[in-house]
Design a protein around this ligand. Structure first.
Ligand SMILES: [Fe+2]
Length: 428
């Protein structure tokens, strides 16, 4: 297992033991309020091989007979509520904490469907007793606070459909995830961004992580996290989460790289990476970011006045994100149409670098999120946990193990780059 002692992987023995303990404790405390028996069965296929589950199937069932609760591995198709689907899709929902908030559970499933398709998770039946339903929602949140992402980058990228994007990112320095979030979530983010900017009377703003729940969720978007793990290695940290609104007229950010303080030649691995979220459709007229494919291979910034004839506009629909890395050359396009472009610029750093925004750790924020967010705020690495008498060896060993597994699995993706490209051509 690839976790710190207080965390677990989805459907590991530790996850199951924690679920059992929670249910036994909470049912004892509310037995009088429960209407009667209820049962649940969940069965998810294509679990990562390192979990060593039979046939890579993750399943369990929960039965309450009115008196005692029984928790066991294995599916039970006759349970009141039967949930089936893909492991990675289920894990994506399992890492979303806070589903007792009205509307939050529906929004969670909407985004899972957006990423994995309408049939990725299927439900049959239901738990009629509202008290039992509330208990299961609390169980979801309780486990979610300690459930880590699938550490197998190869397996995860394949299940998320991102192997091709990783190959493309390495090759040309950027890749686009089309419609990574729903149009509804994009609208919600756009409105919240405009409100945050208006409240300060500015057109750009830092520290967007602290502007509300939608930004916390976007900061740990699972597909973007996979690109970040592939580019920056595991243990990457938030460098800055900023917002920009821009009206018609010429772009005001000329050709540059984001390696402002990195001497050239740049290293042959990524130090930073940026995801720019489109909260409207990006067209040439809307003034998108322009990028120079392969420019990361020059390992230097553009020279003053250097002519560029191979820049391309990033055109993508609302809810998409373009991720670029390794000192890629880019600039802000001219906007020739009316209206405003509202963008979120999500910068991440390799874990050994300082953040642009000094990290602020809010215990309540950690409590309402899966471990990934804390990890990106330095909670899980050995730097922020160093004591006067030495480093945190548990966290040091944990991160070394994750690095090694991630690097191994990334190499496997790149080894298969040719096959991945031809698979995509075959399915196109
Ligand atoms: Fe930039």
């Amino acid at each position: 297992m690839y976790t710190l002692p207080d965390q677990f992987e989805f459907f590991s023995d530790a996850w199951l033991a924690e679920a059992r303990e929670f249910l036994e404790r909470e049912i004892a405390a509310r037995r009088d309020r429960l209407a009667g028996p209820f049962s649940l069965s969940e069965c998810f296929t294509a679990a990562p091989p390192h979990l060593e589950l039979p046939d890579d199937v993750a399943s369990w069932n929960v039965h309450f007979d009115g008196e005692t609760i029984a928790v066991a591995r294995g599916a039970d198709p006759s349970a009141d509520l039967v949930v089936e689907g893909d492991y990675q899709a289920a894990l994506t929902s399992a890492q979303r904490v806070g589903i007792t908030v009205p509307g939050a559970e529906a929004a969670m499933w909407r985004e899972v469907r957006q990423q994995f398709g309408a049939d990725a998770i299927r439900f049959r039946g239901g738990v009629a007793d509202p008290e039992a339903g509330a208990l299961l929602a609390l169980l979801h949140d309780h486990l979610g606070r300690r459930t880590v992402e699938n550490p197998d980058l190869y397996h995860r990228a394949a299940r998320q459909g991102l192997a091709r994007n990783i190959v493309e990112m390495e090759d040309q320095g950027y890749t686009v995830l089309e419609r990574a979030i729903s149009r509804e979530f994009a609208d919600e983010l756009r409105e919240a961004t405009l409100q945050a900017l208006a409240a300060q009377g500015v057109t750009s703003l830092q520290w967007m992580l602290y502007q509300g729940r939608p930004f916390e969720l976007l900061a740990q978007h699972p597909q973007l996290m996979t690109l970040i793990d592939a580019s920056l290695g595991c243990g990457a940290v938030i460098a800055s989460l900023s917002a920009i609104r821009k009206g018609p007229g010429p772009g005001f950010i000329p050709l540059h790289t984001d390696y402002a303080h990195v001497p050239s030649p740049y290293p042959e691995f990524a130090l930073t990476g940026v995801g720019v979220w489109a909260l409207e459709d990006w067209t040439v007229a809307s003034g998108p970011t322009w990028m120079v494919p392969d420019s990361h291979k020059r390992r230097r910034p553009p020279r003053p006045g250097e002519p560029i004839d191979d820049g391309v506009p990033i055109e993508m629909p609302k809810g998409s994100v373009v991720f670029f890395t390794e000192g890629l050359w880019h600039w802000q396009g001219d906007r020739t149409e009316g209206g405003e472009r509202v963008t979120l610029h999500w910068h991440y750093n390799r874990g050994i670098l300082r953040s642009l925004e000094p990290k602020k750790v809010d215990p309540q924020m950690l409590h309402r999120n899966a471990p990934r967010l804390g990890e990106m705020l330095g909670e899980d690495d050995w730097f922020d946990k160093m004591a006067g008498i030495g480093r945190d060896h548990v966290r040091f060993a944990h991160m070394q193990q994750l690095h090694s597994f991630t690097n191994q699995q990334k190499a496997k993706i790149l080894d298969e780059a040719g096959a991945i490209a031809s698979r995509d051509l075959a399915s196109a």
